[in-house]
Design a binder for this molecule. Structure first.
Ligand code: NDP
Length: 395
């Protein structure tokens, strides 16, 4: 029986709260804290209606370590689940360290002024978390998160050596809007508009944004064009999958989405440098975020499926084998269960389950870890039961 503090009341945070509330034997008291209290109230009301459970609510500015320390001291959780934005990772980790509480997130830290995706800032906490006997679990959403655990499972249970990994992510859903992002628009657009990057033969190779694509046959969805992007799980998997020769990440986008993005980019609306506007400094991308639909509002009427997995090739008993490990998630089913679309759902379910793994003592290991550094089996054994069944096929 443990208290949990969830910070960030967006699309992902809402799923985490609903899923934790569905496991009252693990999470005995749930507090949801965020910048805007109204969103916490809406989520708490939805949980009350669905499960009868009471969610405690707090207001916090997670950019302030002092406010976070006050909140953590007041709520006294066994773990903090960070579902705010990547900008808040370091302040929340710092506050956890100072209050002696373990930590879990779903996305690596990004400095607001530069779209730079790397774990260095968070890995730098390794010694301090170890010394204090605290666990920090990094990147426990779907990708990163479940995709890392699929690779770890392949490493531990299927292959002798893994040589090639392609992580493939398709959202074949339709939300009915001409242009909307499925998670925080600012974070999403920063990720997509940066240079593409992949790792091959011991070095990072760079390409222009969205300049390489291939047709991938996604389970239950069919053939779709997917684009090579850099995604943060590549950085940790390169370290934690011995013998790896190449890892790439591919994501699908509709032509409609790419046309909107190209135009927005061309006119400067995706920029993160401040510009002068009528006597104020504004950041174009932050302004654009205000105009776009809130990802948590998309779930009503969202049809179709996500199909995300890992295509893994390597050697077993001297033979070359190729497998795909994947999950397919339906937007409508996620909406009916917790009032969320599938992208929030596939991120929130693993975050809640990762916290459960920690609280059950299975993933309790002092230090700062990416999820493939834990045993993937107990997590993957529960993942289907928690709403994300997965399959392995031979290719
Ligand atoms: P949203 O924008 O919907 O939600 C973010 C929430 O954090 C909002 O409620 C926001 O408050 C709150 N927040 C932002 N800044 C602060 C602050 N300074 N103090 C307190 N609260 C704050 O984003 P999503 O739910 O879509 O995404 C959440 C996280 O999940 C992101 O880090 C994203 O990168 C990650 N993610 C990971 C995935 C994975 O598979 N690993 C996939 C998808 C997302 P307010 O309501 O006031 O804006």
């Amino acid at each position: 029986m443990h208290k949990v503090l969830i910070i960030g009341a967006g699309g992902v945070g809402s799923v985490v709260v609903h899923k934790c509330a569905a496991q009252p034997d693990v999470f005995s008291e749930i507090t949801l804290a965020s910048r805007t209290c109204e969103k916490c109230i809406e989520i708490a009301e939805s949980v009350r209606k669905r499960t009868g459970q009471k969610i405690r609510i707090e207001k916090v500015d997670a950019d302030s370590v002092d406010e976070l320390i006050g909140l953590i001291s007041k709520t006294n959780p066994s773990i903090v689940i960070n579902t705010a934005l990547p900008y808040q990772d370091l302040t929340i980790m710092e506050a956890c360290l100072r209050t002696g509480v373990s930590y879990l997130d779903t996305a690596n830290y990004e400095p607001p002024e530069e779209a730079k995706f790397e774990y260095s800032w968070q890995w730098a906490y390794q010694e301090q978390f170890t010394e204090k006997g605290l666990t920090a679990i990094l990147g426990c959403g779907f990708d990163p998160g479940v995709t890392n655990l699929f690779c770890a499972y392949a490493r531990d249970k299927i292959f002798d050596t893994i040589e090639y990994i392609d992580i493939v992510d398709c959202n074949a859903g339709d939300h009915g809007h001409p242009f909307a992002t499925n998670f925080n628009p600012e974070i999403n657009i920063r990720e997509i508009t940066q240079k593409g990057k992949y790792w091959e033969n011991g070095e990072w190779k760079y390409i222009e944004p969205l300049s390489e694509s291939m047709i991938i046959d996604f389970p239950e969805v069919g053939e779709k064009k997917a684009y090579l992007l850099y995604h943060e799980e590549e950085e940790s998997l390169v370290k934690n999958i011995p013998g790896l020769k190449r890892i790439r990440f591919w994501m699908t986008f509709s032509d409609e989405y790419l046309t909107h993005l190209r135009v927005l980019r061309n006119v400067g609306m995706t920029g993160i440098e401040p510009v002068e506007f009528e006597g104020h400094k504004i950041i174009p991308l932050k302004f654009l975020k205000e105009l776009l639909p809130d990802p948590s509002s998309l779930s009503e009427g969202y049809t179709g499926k996500t199909s995300i997995g890992c295509i893994i090739e390597g050697l077993k008993d001297g033979k070359r084998i190729k497998k795909m490990i994947y999950n397919v998630c339906e937007h409508e089913k996620a909406h009916n269960e917790v009032g969320a679309q599938a992208v929030s759902y596939t991120t929130g379910v693993p975050a809640a389950l990762g916290a459960e793994m920690f609280l059950r003592g299975i993933w309790n290991k002092p230090g700062v870890w990416n999820v493939e550094q834990f045993d993937p089996v107990p997590f993957l054994e529960k993942l289907g039961e928690r709403g994300l069944p997965w399959k392995i096929t031979d290719l």
